[in-house]
Ligand binder design. Sequence first.
Ligand SMILES: [Mg+2]
Length: 300
Amino acid sequence: MKKILFIFNPRSGKAQIRNKLMDILDIFTKAGYELTVHVTQRCGDAMEAAAAYGGNADLVVCSGGDGTLNETISGLMKLDQIPDLGYIPAGSTNDFASSLKISKNMKRAAEAAVFGEPFPIDIGCFCGDRHFVYIAAFGAFTEVSYLTPQDKKNVLGHQAYMLEGMKSLASIKSYGMRIECGEMTLEGEFIFGMITNTMSVGGFKGLVAQNVALDDGEFEVLLIRTPKTPLDLTNIINYMFLKEEPNEYVHKFRTRSLKILSEEPIDWVLDGEFGGTRREVDINNLKKRIRIMRKVPKKQ
Ligand SMILES: [Mg+2]
């Protein structure tokens, strides 16, 4: 009998799985799977469960927010043979689920997990020991996302806590950095950076290019230099929220890997969760490393 390991975070997205759990388990059972269910107990638990039990499964399905997805993938990355992954989004943000066109309807997402087709996606390797699925970021707009407790995230929603971050722009912190990649080297003071493999990030319109591929072995990179005047800052914000013309403070490019050296340790955020404090960061794109199940698009 085929085996599913189902890992879910009971608290994600106002505990919305509470009313859908029976349906989800029923869908898996009807599809002919033997089930192992792991209810996450604390931070890090999804990663441990995926690493410990994922090797015995034909399919691993996780349900929760971006953090649960990140943990599950990080756990799977420790396995020699990585099983296919299904994802049932339940968080308040789920940027990545929308990039993958995975339904927000939990039953439909569960059906896609067992009846869909595997779609390979790139995985970001961060400093050799951490992984991210869709974003690694530092600076001005990132702190709120992981400092905000889950309950508050549920109440506010993603956009609201991004806006919370904008309030602190007056006290924006600037970092002296050197960024190296195959294509170029940048030096100077920066307030924000993100390395992404996704079509949307928290409601920001101008941040990510239109023609993003999740399986091309490349990241989209956005770096913002420290503005010198309030007008410069306004231009940057307009660019981020309203998708106006890029300006001299904004660097946008694609790359397979990059190295960032900073004068002082910087807090990083990986898929919306705290990713550690580092002075030196190496980021590499692991092309098509995980296969995510999704609904087969209907032929025209
Ligand atoms: Mg890509």
